[in-house]
Ligand binder design. Sequence first.
Ligand code: CDT
Length: 334
Amino acid sequence: PRIIKVAAAQLGPVHRDSTRHDTLSRMIKLLQSASKLDSQLVLFPETALTTFFPRHLISDQQELDSYFEHADDLPGSPTTKPLFDEARKLGIDICVGYAERTAEGKGYNTSVYYSASQGKVIAKYRKIHLPGTVEPFENPDAINQLEKRYFEPGNLGFKAFRAPDLVLGAQKKGAGSPQPGQGDPIMGMMICNDRRWAEGWRCYGLQGVEIVLCGYNTAGWAPDLWGTRKPMTPQEAEDDSLFHHKLVMQGNSYMNSCFSVSAAKAGLEDGKYDLIGGSCITSPEGHVLAEAKTKDDEIVFAEIDLEDCRQGKEKTFDFDRHRRVDQYSPITLQ
Ligand code: CDT
């Protein structure tokens, strides 16, 4: 067996006027709760450190800047260091979503994977599928999602990586890289809207991914964003939004024979913008193993065995035997 104890740290609302210090304290508290369950890996949501600011048209540059991390090294930056220090102390790997401002002034919707045993960030992902618009909707009551205004599309690809020292005895003795199904777990990160796109999942699947990590901020009610074919009450819309979230986590985990962990920022942000909960851990057979019960700060936990990925990877979805790449070219045509 290749057992890992994984957790999603769902965050309740973070408001426009919440301080970084308070939000970080909540995240540290969640980490400590996850530690009591012996979690080895904890996933935090997309833009975990702030409110989901792309819903607002922000013209004050200083305010906009305040939602971004400007330091290249989060574990070394005074505002975020305490979270990474705690992770190291507890021996828990963490994956954290945040808004990144590069030295060249570019904005990305980013997540990093911090390895507690290495004491450093070992992988970075920048969100590739940016939903929403550059300009706000004309409807003054619309829920906006101005990600295309504030962020560049991610430029780091869907690059899987191995996370060291999580699985007992995973280090392969002798020379050569471990075979798929052996060695350190193969991880992939994606962020929110990415989870709805089969292409990203398949890029990871082709690299033998075993755990996909996905933080999100998903509106329960945003008819201007995703359209509604029929009139819906806000409650029906939220139920649908939650249904589609779980549908894509379960379906894509199954089709790529991997586990997935998803962590929401949930509840009423900035007093009136409802975000769904539903943080969950799903299995390679597409089952939900654990799921959030609230729309507030909550740990969702499961002990998983990566051996369970083999059944699908070696039989139903044995890519080398069954894929027909000669028929797939439309996928990459412009
Ligand atoms: N944060 C984020 O990417 N949210 C989007 C909103 C959907 S708009 C159709 C999401 O996919 O959940």
